[in-house]
Every structure is written in structure tokens, then in C-alpha cells.
Design a protein around this ligand. Structure first.
Ligand code: GDP
Length: 358
């Protein structure tokens, strides 16, 4: 569909495969179809539906994942056609599943549960209309009533969750205010998921933050103190990884977490320069940042995984031309240059802060 302007269809699908892998699924195949507009009933055309149905039987498929968000009706129709126990889901549901598996703090779990419920609310019809059909229409109307009851229960749960989140956030804010009262600059790592943010944080601080070759290894912001060779210190914060087509419910859910970024002295944008889609990933990150109102915060761009590129020398020259720092977070190459660059940028921003103080 149209909203993959930057990422090609193949790239978006291969990212979806990686997401499925992260969720613990084994991918047996993928396919796509070009349509002028999605089919309102089944998203794809009827020929494609039959083709997938045959593949489901031939390969004993348990789950079919669509790269775009499906409506409640489309989900229901597709599950009906595919039959049996085949589960149909979309990119959003898959990402929500992954976030659910990986939420490490109480706040992150609350945020994910809330996003999941908000995703479910308009899709609740499914189970009860199934029941109606099975009963041959005898319980007609019953289903609808039940949907209303379920929706009310879900809305209540959403309300309870929101209250709980509010109190957790208040707590965190107090903690953050205490932290901010200590005059140590806060540096936030931002970047596309899997760019190497956790690895960099680990290398610099000796912290043992989960770093894995999976999408979204990092969900919760983690802050560590880093001491530079000149004795100065800064706080380094790792944030949630960004991704294209991040479900809007999730962006909203994680807004509070992302807002911490707006209180930092410096943003370090970590880029996996060895990735074939590096440029598009940079754009995806810039897009989220532009929504966060952080344009006044100085930025430092870091090209990571230089060791993985086919021509590291060329990358180094390009980086020097563009005033970009190049590192290998994994091997530790370039880390002292990185710290010097952070120091320089912080010096600039400190001058700016001092200028404001009478
Ligand atoms: P995050 O999602 O941005 O926090 O990324 P991670 O720090 O979890 O790293 C993702 C994957 O990239 C892990 O498998 C890391 O070992 C790997 N990685 C990170 N930095 C480098 C690097 O400089 N070189 C290479 N070759 N791999 C790296």
C-alpha cells in the first residue's frame, strides 16, 4: 500500500520477517500484491486469498501476518476463509506482542497493556459474531448485547490502567526532578531499532543492558553515568528504538517515555551505517523526532558498525567530510573520539545555558 514510500515493499516485508522472528515465529514465506486500493473485505484480492490458502495447507501455516493495519471486518473475513486455527494478524498486533514480551518495567507493561486494549476495542466484534453464526442465528442480538458488555468492561479496564499509569509517571517525574537537580548533563541516545544504542551504552558505562540482534531489544529508558577521560561526567540515556510504521497507539503510549528526550542537553543519533536502508532509517527517526519538539537540542550523529561495512576507509572519509563521528560500539573503536565530540557539543550547549543565567 501507499505508505511505504521510503521503504520499498521488499524492505518493509523483510523488516516484517525480522519482527516475526523477534516475536519467536518461524517465517516460511512471504508474498505481496499491487492493487489500486485495498479490498475492503479482505484487504487483498480473491485470487491472492486462494493462493495464500493453498500455501497455508501445503506448508502447515499457523499464522498469517499482514504488513498494514487490518480492519475488524478484514481480520474476521480472512480468518473465516483461511479456516481452522489459522491466526490472522497485522504489523500493529505483532509489534504490540513484541512490546508485551519485552516490557521490563512496570510502566512499560502498563503502557503496552493500554495500547493493546485500545487496539482491541474496535475489533471486539469478532468472537461474538462467530457465536451468532454457529448458533444458526438463534442467539441473534445476543452477540450485539455481549459486544456492548465487553466494550464497557474493556473501557473500564482502560480507565483503571490510565489512572495507574498516571501515578507511576508522577513518581518517575519526582525521581527525574531529583536527578535534574544534580548538575550533570543528560545525553540521550536515539536511533532506529537495532542501530547499536544498548551496545554503545554498555561499552561506555560497563552497564549490562540487554543487547541483542533483535528488533526492540530496548523498551525502557535506561540511564547510566559515564566518566570521560578528562574527569567530567554525563548521564547517558538509552531510549526506545524507532521503526517505520510504528503503530500510532504505541507512539502515543510511549510519548511520555520519549518526552524525556526533550529534557536532555544533547541527542546522539546512532545510525547502523552498515545497513542497506540506513538513509531511510535516518529519515524515519528524524520524522519521530520532529514530532517531539526537540529541534532546539544539539545533535550529534554517530555512524556505528563501521567494522561491518565493506569499505570502512571510505566510510571514514565520508564521515569526516560531514562532521559525523564513526565508531564500532562492538569493538570499542572510536569511543574516545566519540566522548570528545560529546564534550565539544556539551560545551556549546553549556555556554548557551550560562548565557541564560543572569
Ligand atoms: P539497539 O536496538 O539500538 O539498542 O541495538 P543493540 O545495541 O541491541 O545492537 C543490535 C545488534 O547489533 C547486536 O547484535 C549488537 O551486537 C550489534 N552491534 C552493535 N554495535 C555493533 C558494531 O559496532 N558492530 C557490529 N558488527 N555489530 C554491532
Amino acid at each position: 500500500k501507499g505508505d511505504v514510500q521510503d521503504f520499498g515493499i521488499q524492505e518493509s516485508l523483510s523488516e516484517l520477517e525480522q519482527l516475526a522472528d523477534t516475536a519467536g515465529l518461524r517465517v516460511v514465506g512471504s508474498t505481496y500484491q499491487k492493487l489500486a486500493s485495498p479490498n475492503p473485505k479482505t484487504y487483498i484480492g480473491s485470487g491472492k486469498v486462494s493462493e495464500i490458502k493453498s500455501a497455508i495447507h501445503a506448508l502447515d501455516v499457523e499464522t498469517v501476518i499482514f504488513d498494514d493495519e487490518l480492519s475488524a471486518g478484514q481480520l474476521r473475513n480472512l480468518e473465516k476463509v483461511f479456516g481452522g486455527d489459522v491466526r490472522v494478524c497485522d504489523r500493529t498486533a505483532l509489534i504490540l506482542d513484541i512490546f508485551n514480551q519485552r516490557a521490563a518495567t512496570h510502566e512499560a507493561s502498563l503502557q503496552v497493556s493500554l495500547a493493546q486494549m485500545e487496539y482491541q476495542l474496535p475489533r471486539l466484534t469478532k468472537m461474538w459474531t462467530h457465536l451468532e453464526r454457529q448458533s444458526g442465528g438463534k442467539v441473534k442480538g445476543m452477540g450485539e448485547k455481549q459486544i456492548e458488555v465487553d466494550k464497557r468492561i474493556l473501557r473500564n479496564q482502560i480507565g483503571v490502567l490510565k489512572k495507574e499509569l498516571e501515578s507511576v509517571r508522577k513518581h518517575r517525574k519526582q525521581y527525574r526532578n531529583r536527578r535534574l537537580s544534580v548538575p550533570v548533563p543528560v545525553v540521550s541516545l536515539v536511533g532506529y531499532t537495532n542501530a547499536g544504542k544498548s551496545t554503545l551504552l554498555n561499552q561506555l558505562s560497563g552497564a549490562d543492558v540487554l543487547a541483542e540482534d533483535k528488533l526492540f531489544a530496548t523498551l525502557d529508558p535506561t540511564t547510566r553515568r559515564v566518566q570521560m577521560e578528562n574527569g567530567k561526567e554525563f548521564l547517558l540515556t538509552d531510549t526506545v528504538g524507532f521503526i517505520q510504521k510504528l503503530p500510532t497507539t504505541l507512539v502515543a503510549a510511549f510519548r511520555a517515555t520519549l518526552e524525556e528526550i526533550s529534557e536532555s542537553s544533547l541527542l546522539v543519533h546512532v545510525v547502523d551505517i552498515s545497513h542497506p536502508m540506513a538513509e531511510q532509517q535516518i529519515n524515519a527517526v528524524d520524522k519521530v523526532l520532529s514530532e517531539l519538539d526537540v529541534s532546539s537540542i544539539p545533535r550529534l550523529i554517530v555512524w556505528n558498525k563501521v567494522d561491518k561495512t565493506s569499505d570502512p576507509q571510505k566510510i571514514r572519509l565520508q564521515a569526516e567530510e560531514r562532521d559525523v563521528v564513526y565508531i564500532s560500539a562492538l569493538s570499542g573503536d572510536g569511543l574516545s573520539e566519540f566522548c570528545n565530540a560529546v564534550n565539544d557539543k556539551l560545551k556549546d550547549s553549556m555556554v548557551w545555558v550560562e548565557a541564560l543565567v543572569p
